[in-house]
Design a protein around this ligand. Structure first.
Ligand code: HEC
Ligand code: HEC
Length: 334
């Protein structure tokens, strides 16, 4: 083949390959750089596919997470409000604890909570370990205390043996919190369709879902909901543009957000930006559980956080995108 013919052949091959590649909407193998480029440049990062956890702690933590003896009257466990088969929340406006007591907040999901920079709507717990004591002591949730819990668990030779095999000092508050936290770190939902897209699979999202994602970025949702958990890495005022609480009415102490933690006036109505992974499964929404549907939550966010009124088509596109954030969790798996 002459030099000219060779160049022409190469050019045609390239055009044909590009055409096939575009037709398949999957350039992953040809555009070798596209996967890592997307992982680098997109404001949302995929959840890890593999975890490095202490399996014996995870197993003990799993049992404790389902343990009703953590509550005063042995009726309520962590799963009572964090149902692992239903998005890791409880589908209620506000949670219900022992003696049917109504709590003051909507229960956030426990899935992927290990990736949040702080725990709780107002961020008052610095770590999962610190978080565990709160529901155990909260009179509206489990209404118990460490002394009672340690005494009840110590009555079980099975628990004694299991704790001893991991912790030299056996059944202690700190060890209970440690095991539960390690289990919570296993509550990860990788491989959502959106994560597959981030990892380079071009064909996995529909045109409409991609448009929803573009709008999520262009309208500015991503300035607060970003990173590995699509949130969970900063505090922001609820009502950044307009007064959400005045519009909703009936303001209570739980609406003060970070103010309850710091006592600083500038922290009034400031909350942790929640992660949006699996958000399609965790209705109702917001710390007050006031938004019944994801569509309502999206429209409220646009208005009060960004000062824009979305067309119904914009809302439904964004909801389509949010649906692609639903990942996989197998009880018993990791
Ligand atoms: C009675 C219902 C109830 C029970 C029982 C309960 N929780 Fe929760 N959980 C909630 C509510 C409501 C919140 C939000 C409270 C807040 O932000 O002040 C929450 C928040 C959390 C968070 C923070 C998530 C985030 O994104 O900020 C974690 C983690 C968590 N719970 C784990 C647990 C564990 C572990 C147990 C068992 C020891 C437990 N919960 C028991 C209702 C409950
Ligand atoms: C200025 C920061 C900011 C912006 C911008 C923002 N959000 Fe939020 N978002 C928050 C905060 C803070 C909350 C928690 C509100 C609360 O305390 O109830 C939240 C909550 C949510 C929730 C409810 C999650 C749950 O589990 O209850 C959804 C859904 C949501 N945002 C979607 C969006 C969408 C879609 C956009 C763009 C139209 C957007 N957000 C823009 C800060 C922001």
């Amino acid at each position: 083949m002459s030099n000219e013919a060779y160049k022409l052949f190469n050019a045609i091959t390239l055009i044909v390959m590009t055409a096939i590649c575009l037709a398949l909407e999957s350039c992953a193998s040809i555009a070798a750089g596209s996967q890592s480029d997307r992982l680098r440049s997109e404001p949302i990062k995929p959840l890890p596919l593999k975890l490095n956890l202490d399996e014996s702690k995870v197993e003990l933590g799993r049992e404790l997470f389902h343990e009703t003896r953590l509550s005063k009257d042995n009726t309520v466990s962590c799963v009572s409000c964090h149902d692992l088969d239903n998005g890791g929340g409880d589908q209620r406006v506000h949670s219900i604890g022992i003696y049917n007591r109504l709590g003051k907040f909507n229960a956030p999901t426990v899935f992927n909570s290990g990736f949040n920079f702080k725990q709780f709507w107002d961020g008052r717990a610095n770590s999962l370990e610190e978080q565990v004591a709160v529901p155990i002591h909260n009179p509206d949730e489990m209404g118990s205390n460490w002394n009672e819990v340690v005494a009840k668990l110590s009555a079980s030779t099975d628990y004694q043996r299991k704790f001893r095999s991991i912790y030299a000092d056996g059944i202690q508050a700190e060890n209970i919190a440690d095991a539960i936290s390690e289990f919570e770190r296993s509550l990860v939902t990788p491989n959502s369709r959106f994560d597959q897209y981030l990892r380079g699979d071009e064909s996995v999202l529909t045109e409409d879902e991609l448009r929803g994602y573009r709008k999520f970025k262009e309208f500015g949702c991503v300035s607060c909901h970003q990173g590995i958990n699509v949130g969970g890495n900063m505090y922001e005022t609820l009502g950044a543009m307009f007064n959400y609480f005045e519009a909703r009415g009936n303001i209570t102490k739980s609406d003060y957000g970070r103010y309850n933690v710091t006592g600083r006036e500038q922290d009034r109505y400031v909350f942790k930006v929640p992660g949006l992974r699996n958000v399609a499964l965790t209705a109702p929404y917001f710390h007050d559980g006031s938004a019944e549907k994801l569509e309502d939550a999206v429209a409220i966010m646009a208005e009060f956080q960004l000062g824009i009124w979305l067309e119904p088509k914009d809302v439904s596109d964004i909801v389509l995108f949010l649906n692609t954030l639903t990942g996989e969790y197998e009880e018993g798996g990791k």
